[in-house]
Design a protein around this ligand. Structure first.
Ligand code: NAD
Length: 360
């Protein structure tokens, strides 16, 4: 099993170091290789995704990614900004399925902005299609000014499109994920989110998802309009199991769902291609405001490593061990600053890593 380790910028290096220690504490053998990405790569090589980093990622079974970006790169032309590294990796690895679990840990129930009874025990998975939809429609790149604005224009538009193979492959991913979750006690339901009442693209989406669903008689399928889904996510989030949707609705709903759990420092994510090669990263950014202080929460990255074991490396038992170890340190009352509350014990990034390793 070969893992490319790309820590990136800001807190990226601090949190990835802890995830690597956790992986090292498992009784598994990995080959790991680390490379620069984002602003760190730009500083050293003049590009956020140097050829050597890209080659390393392409040749690995999985990429463990920290975060990229810093305000000091804001003045660079768009193609050289740190964030372009993620888009470049997504594109070249063909990562089309973005997994964002939203799990509310019992000990952090109070950290959610919703009432505890609405989120206690929450465990849902949002799957967002990453390569199609209005973000890649036409006319892209027609901007007439380099600052991205349209001086004097009377109109602007983007086109929304999805092809049958794009919808089929993300639908299969969702049904298979629901099947896996059902094996460990979830309901076995896929909710496909669309706007079929207004958009042709999403009537097509709904039809194709329904067709694919016939191949999974053991999994329930329902359809929901995106406006209702946005409402249900805050009204009764536990009614969902797996949610699958397009690129734009997924962008918005996955951020909404992430906030149900209270802390951005707890949320892992995965982006997968058709051969289950994947990029695993915390949902948060490089947090330049706290970088170098040793206080960042490494749990989102550690949980991303667990997802990596589950989805790309086929090591479900080890993934479960990491998740149980995280539960245990939370139950012990250990908290980094972002999830600290009175009566708990405040720990540093490294101490949190130590505690997870010890719990393992
Ligand atoms: P951010 O997610 O980096 O930070 C938002 C807030 O959350 C900050 O107050 C930060 O201190 C806090 N935070 C984030 N992660 C934390 C953690 N693990 N532990 C404790 N606190 C944490 O978002 P931002 O400030 O809007 O962006 C900062 C930089 O990150 C920008 O350059 C942005 O482009 C980049 N970014 C990168 C990614 C990525 O690499 N995938 C994603 C989002 C933003």
């Amino acid at each position: 099993m070969k893992i490319a380790i790309l820590p990136g910028d800001g807190i990226g290096t601090e949190i990835v170091a802890q995830a690597v220690r956790v992986l090292g504490a498992l009784d598994l053998r990995f080959e790991t290789e680390t490379a620069l990405v984002g602003g760190a790569a730009y500083d050293a090589h003049g590009h956020p995704l140097p050829e050597a980093t890209l080659k390393l990622a392409q040749g690995a079974d999985a990429v463990l990614f920290g975060a990229v970006g810093d305000w000091k790169y804001d003045k660079l032309e768009r193609a050289l900004r740190p964030e372009q590294a993620i888009l470049g990796l997504r594109k070249s690895l063909g990562l089309f399925a973005n997994f964002r679990p939203a799990i509310c840990y019992e000990q952090l129930t109070h950290a959610s902005s919703l009432k505890p009874e609405l989120v206690a025990g929450l465990d849902i998975l949002i799957i967002r299609e990453l390569t199609g939809d209005i973000y890649f429609g036409q006319p892209r790149g027609r901007r007439i000014a380099t600052d991205g604005h349209f001086p004097g224009a009377e109109e602007a538009f983007d086109t929304m499109r999805y092809s049958r193979p794009e919808i089929e492959r993300i639908a299969h991913v969702a049904f298979q994920a629901a099947r896996k979750r059902k094996a460990s006690g979830s309901e076995g339901r896929v909710t496909s989110v669309d706007k079929a009442n207004v958009l042709e693209t999403f009537q097509f989406w709904k039809d194709v998802v329904s067709e694919v669903g016939l191949q999974y008689p053991d999994i329930a399928l329902d359809h929901m309009y995106v406006d209702n889904a946005a409402m249900q996510l805050v009204k009764a989030p536990k009614r969902f199991d797996v949610v699958v949707t397009g690129n734009m609705f997924g962008d918005i709903l996955s951020d909404e769902a992430s906030m149900l759990t209270g802390s951005i420092g707890m949320l892992p994510s995965a982006s997968l291609n058709s051969s289950n090669q994947g990029l695993y990263e915390p949902s948060h950014g490089s947090a330049p405001d706290i970088a170098g202080k040793g206080i960042a929460n490494p749990l989102a990255t550690i949980l991303s490593a667990a997802m990596m074991l589950r989805f790309s490396l086929n090591q479900e038992a080890s993934a479960l061990r990491i998740e149980a170890a995280v539960q245990k340190v939370l139950a012990q009352g250990l908290r980094t600053a972002d999830i600290y509350s009175e009566g708990t014990t405040r720990v540093s990034t490294r101490e949190m890593g130590d505690a997870v390793v010890k719990a393992l």
